[in-house]
Design a protein around this ligand. Structure first.
Ligand code: AMP
Ligand code: ZN
Length: 474
């Protein structure tokens, strides 16, 4: 399997630490608002990666965090805590905000057929997400280590990681610290005791601006709460053990969050955090990054309320390679929905098996298409879809081998996570389609033509393949 490793800026052959197991960590949501479909791209990308590794013969141990404390509005330790802001906006407690948006996130993941993480169990919440607030002790331990080893220092307001102490700091971006500094924003430095503008907080004291911060815990440095970057390092150490094989995230994490995670682990434990760093590109709307703050974001609810399916959204992500920008439009989503419907109508032929003489084993070698091979090539999902499309074209136009069709549908389901069996047409339309099938079988051409026209009027096209019929949305 080949993967683009941001760390070395090239495509590499993937070699896990163990022979039969892969450890995978994904930075999860900050639960202060609904996930938008840009965020969901990240989730589907992770899921495709996980399914591919799994199908390649490894047991994947996957952990994902939930940020329910400490993520300030700016990655550079400025502004308010996002959860506190959400609570203020909605007149709820931070705990209620976290719970509500965690649940919303989980139901989005379910609808998107994204596999939940599997290597950590949160018994209290009865799920597999590693909430930052469940790892406060581990985070405090890590801060202690960083201070003991001389990598962190205390000011009145916070404990900072001293980036100048770690020569490898920032290797992920390919920039030297000195180069980064020239571009540093002066507004970032709010604490006059901070030594270097790139030093980042690993612990905030509940004083001054944060005096009334709702989530605070006792620590050897007084009451406070962890800095955002800390949770990922601490959670990985506690659940998977470091180094891990693969760490993923969106490209926005390459600049700050991931270098800071790496620095914390290296400084505290003396080895790197992950061997492969894999990042997905953004979703754009009219050329601009989709983001909550820009007000150009859509949620899965928006998709559903337009009568479009989560699986069509999944298809739209797969149509683009994860390392290319993807411009979102409702037109594109409509086309993906149509494509899905067409696949589905062909998949439906499996239920008409008894009605036709299909190709038999003797006449056919069940070649199939190598979807896994395409995915193993740095998750080449556009190539995988091309292969699938070609195969569906054959099914549409040639006598059908049901074993091949069945295999194809299974691999689309297992590898790409797209459920195509099922229905997106109502029962009445479905029965009209069936009636037409019977009319043709009975050679009642008049009725079958009439039914085809009726279906056409209600937006369903019909194509005949031998004595099978294929329906599709017009
Ligand atoms: P956040 O909750 O903001 O940390 O975002 C969750 C994940 O979604 C992160 O891995 C981000 O990098 C990713 N992400 C945020 N915006 C976009 C976007 N417009 N397109 C693709 N991924 C995104
Ligand atoms: Zn992270």
């Amino acid at each position: 399997m080949k993967l683009y490793n941001t760390l070395n800026r090239k495509i590499e052959t993937f070699k896990p630490i163990k022979d039969d197991e892969v450890t995978l960590y994904t930075c999860g949501p900050t639960v202060y608002d609904y996930y938008h479909i840009g965020n969901i791209r990240n989730a589907v990308f992770n899921d495709t990666l996980r399914r591919t590794i799994n199908a390649s013969g490894y047991n994947v141990k996957h952990v994902m965090n939930i940020t329910d404390v400490g993520h300030l509005v700016s990655d550079a330790d400025q502004g308010d805590d996002k959860l506190e802001k959400g609570a203020l906006r909605e007149g709820k407690s931070v705990w209620e905000i976290a719970k509500h948006y965690t649940e919303a996130f989980k139901s989005d993941m379910l609808a998107m057929n994204v596999l939940p993480p599997n290597a950590y169990v949160d018994k209290n919440n009865n799920d597999n997400y590693a909430r930052a607030t469940n790892f406060i002790v581990e985070q405090i331990e890590m801060v202690k280590l960083l201070i003991d080893k001389g990598f962190a220092y205390k000011t009145e307001h916070a404990i900072y990681f001293d980036v100048a102490k770690l020569p490898s700091y920032g290797i992920l971006t390919g920039q030297k610290l000195s180069e980064k500094e020239t571009g540093a924003r002066s507004d970032v430095v709010t604490d006059p005791e901070k030594r270097n503008s790139h030093d980042f907080a690993v612990w905030f004291m509940a004083i001054g601006h944060f005096e009334n911060h709702t989530m605070q815990w006792d620590s050897p440095w007084g009451s406070g709460f962890p800095g955002w970057h800390l949770e990922c390092s601490a959670i990985i150490h506690a659940t998977l053990g470091d180094p891990i094989d693969i760490h993923t995230g969106g490209i926005d994490h390459i600049g700050t969050h991931h270098p800071n995670e790496m620095a914390q682990t290296e400084a505290a434990y003396g080895h790197i955090l992950a061997n492969y760093w894999v990042h997905n590109e953004f979703i754009l709307v009219d050329g601009a990054k989709m983001s909550k703050s820009k007000g150009n974001s859509y949620t899965l609810e928006n998709v559903k309320s337009r009568g479009l399916e989560p699986m069509a959204l999944r298809l739209i992500y797969l149509q683009a390679h994860y390392r290319t920008e993807l411009n979102f439009s409702w037109d594109n989503l409509e086309s993906a929905q149509n494509r899905l419907s067409r696949w589905r109508s062909i998949a439906d032929l499996l239920f008409q098996k008894d009605k036709v003489t299909s190709i038999t084993d003797k006449e056919h070698s069940h070649g199939g298409v190598d979807i896994l091979g395409a995915l193993q090539n740095d998750l080449d999902t556009p190539k995988a879809l091309e292969l699938i499309e070609h195969e569906f074209g054959n099914f549409e136009n040639k006598p059908i081998c049901f074993i091949c069709l069945d295999n194809l549908i299974k691999s689309i389901d297992e590898l790409l996570g797209i459920k195509i069996q099922g229905n997106d047409i109502d029962a009445k339309t479905k029965s009209l389609i069936h009636e037409r099938h019977l009319a043709r079988e009975n050679k009642n051409w008049e009725l079958s033509d009439k039914l085809r026209d009726d279906l056409h009027t209600s937006g369903i096209g019909i194509k005949d393949n031998g004595n099978l019929q294929i329906w599709f949305r017009l």
